[in-house]
Design a protein around this ligand. Structure first.
Ligand code: COA
Length: 178
């Protein structure tokens, strides 16, 4: 299954996505708000897991392609967090794009489509997003698509007191979409 927006395609992953995805996951700039960059093997393992979920559920973290160039630019989509959070169970929306493609409004454009799929095609009641308090770009995407800022929390997988530990939660229901 493939979905289109004005400038982007949300699609299943291709073998050829793995190399540019590993390169972005190895970039300290792209991974600035994560505790670590990823090795090629870790990056490929993530693609394997994501592909399995897309095959099982029909929704997940889609590979995103720029229509004008055909380039793979990263992922945007829906996911069930793999760990217990203070507000579990939830479905989250997430995004990671390679740096040359930042600042063009691509993440909100793809995210609006992912919300539409979740709410209209899969009858989800609510979708959340969360990120490190320091990650302003990601919070801007949440705000642009109509998500409402809720509580702050400490990420359970990170050490309390370390800068990335403090996170912020956003939520959205179907009628709040922008
Ligand atoms: C977060 C991210 C997906 C935003 O995607 P995007 O397509 O650039 O989104 P937008 O174009 O709407 O820009 C959103 C904000 O990013 C910031 N931004 C834009 N271009 C930027 C650049 N070149 N460098 C740093 N920040 C930039 C701005 O704050 C912008 O807000 P504004 O439009 O009000 O100025 C992208 O920055 C990214 O992939 N970052 C690395 C991975 C990550 O942090 N993922 C989220 C984890 S929760």
């Amino acid at each position: 299954m493939e979905y289109q927006t004005e400038r982007l395609i949300l699609r299943l992953w291709k073998q050829s996505d793995r190399e540019p995805f590993a390169a972005m996951n190895a970039s300290p700039e792209v991974m600035r708000y994560f505790p670590n960059t990823r090795t090629r093997e870790e990056s490929d393992n993530m693609v394997n897991a994501v592909e399995q979920i897309l095959a099982d559920k029909g929704w997940g973290l889609w590979a995103v392609e720029e229509k004008s160039s055909g380039a793979f630019i990263g992922f945007v989509g829906l996911n069930i967090p793999g760990y217990e959070l203070p507000f579990s169970p939830v479905i989250e929306i997430g995004w990671r794009l390679d740096k040359p493609f930042w600042g063009k409004g691509y993440a909100p454009e793809a995210a609006r489509k992912a919300l539409e799929i979740g709410f209209n095609q899969y009858a989800m009641d609510e979708i959340v997003a969360f990120t490190a308090l320091e990650n302003q770009p990601s919070q801007r995407v949440m705000e642009k698509i109509g998500m409402r800022r809720c509580e702050e929390f400490d990420h359970p997988a990170l050490k309390q007191g370390q800068p990335l530990c403090r996170h912020v939660l956003y939520r959205i229901t179907k009628n709040q979409m922008l």
